[in-house]
Each structure stands twice: as structure tokens, then as C-alpha cells.
Design a protein around this ligand. Sequence first.
Ligand code: HSE
Length: 305
Amino acid sequence: MKAARAFAPASIGNVAVGFDMLGHALQGAGDTATVRLTTSGTVRVTAIRGVVADLPTRAKDNTAGRALLGLAKLRPGVGFEVELDKGIPLGSGMGGSAASAVAALVAANSLLTKPVPLETLYDLAMDGEAAASGSKHGDNVAPMLLGGLVIAPVYGVPVRVPVPSTLFCALVHPHFVLETRKSRAALKGAYELHDFVVQSEGLALLLAGCWQKDFELIRRGFRDVLVEPRRARLIPGFARVKEAALDSGALGSSISGGGPSVFAWFDSKAKAQKAGAAMAQAFRSVKLGADVLVSKVAAPGARVL
Ligand code: HSE
């Protein structure tokens, strides 16, 4: 049987101002998928190992399985078996569900005589992630596929945004699980039009700052008035952790994806490293252990191993 292995990195969804449509890849954590090509016309999840093993193995309930079912449908007579090695903790806000779908798709696509284009992979990966999150959004899968900071539209090809080469991120993952479904439920209810305007302005400023390599513009844009206020209460110590980041010179700080990880951007690696330690200490002050990951924002995307 032909087989391939692929790795997909962790990611930060939303990036404060781009709810469900902006994300960036992270270096230092990710999921690996080993895929075998079969002629069964169907998909089997044969093993799940690593930091999370207790996940559904029925293909349509598993993010990688569901993504591969979509790919198999496009290539009649083709089937897949997949093994997952999970490197991203569950319910961490680091895109763990998305990474399995992306790694599986990238491995499987490399086995096809006629691989599908990026736009199709992106759409299938969003369908896969929806098996866990209950909603179709591309802010994790798009940066995992392309690497770096990426605009993830509902339809069509994702767009990579150039960023300054010294733009770094510190992500702090507190040791508790917050399910995406729960953190999405916290967002229900009406929003003020004025807040929507302020958020759009932030997104525009942050993107302009990235394109122009202007850290002050990024700093001006980096604040979430829509989502963070509703989710902050789900993360013990959030205000202290954010304050630690800002006190350490962050351009901005917010919740990574659906949380509970908190991240911040910096104009140098040294600042990100120092701030990461302070942010983890802030979580410890509310009796939560935490891991720190420092990464370039322009981190690499998924690759066949
Ligand atoms: N954009 C998503 C959210 C990321 O914030 O709910 C988590 O899948």
C-alpha cells in the first residue's frame, strides 16, 4: 500500500481582530498523520496516539476522518487509512482539531495521481474541523496549509499576509480544557454596530501594519472589542496574563482561537521570550500550570515528511 506522512503546525485563530477569518501558524507544536491509500472507497481511522488519544475513531466524527471522506468522494474508488500522532493538546485554543484534518489531507493528497488544488484542500479541511467545533471556519486550517499570517475567507483561496520578519508571538497554554463549542456558545447575543466598526478598524490597521511593516500601526489595531469581552470570564486569570504581556512590551494580547491559551505579539524574539515567562507566572498566580511557546508569526505551514 502506498503511504505518506505529513505534519501540520499549531495555529492561533482570530488574532484578536479577525474572528473566524484571520490566523497564523505556530512553530514548535503540531500533529502528524500517516495515511495509506486503499481502494476501499471509504476511510478508516486506525490509531490515535500522543498528547490526546481519547478522540472519536468513527471517520465522520473525527476531524481527519471527515476531511478524508470528502477527499475520497472526489476521487471515486479511492479510500484511506489514517493514523494520527497528536502533538497539540485538546481544547487548548491552538487548533488541534484543525491540525489533524490538515495533516491527513496533505498526506493523502500527496498520494493521489491527480492531487486536488489548494482551494479544495482548504474547503475539505474546514469541513473536517467542523466535526469538532460544530461550525465551518478557516482561521486555523488556512494558516496551517499556507504558513504565516493568513486571511481565511468563507469561500475561495486563502490569502497570505506578509509580516515583518522580526514579528514574534508568545503563546501561553494553561493546563485546562476549554471546548470550542463552549467558547462559541459564549458569543451568542446581539452586538452593537459601533463595536463592529471599531473591530473592523482594528482589523484594517493591523493588516496595514503588517503589509507596511509598521509596528505602531499593528499596535493601534490590536484590540478585540467583540469576542474577548465575552470569553474572558471563561479563562481564570486572563486579565492578569494579558497585563503581564502588555507590561512586557507586547504590541497586543488576546485569546488564542477559542481559548484558553493566551497570546501576544512582539517586535522581537527576546521580548516574546521574556513576556512568555511573565505570562505563565500570571497563570500560576491563579494556580494554573502553563506552557510557553515562542514562535515567529511567519511560521512554516504543513509539509509532507
Ligand atoms: N475562530 C474560532 C473561534 C477558532 O474563535 O471559535 C476556534 O476553532
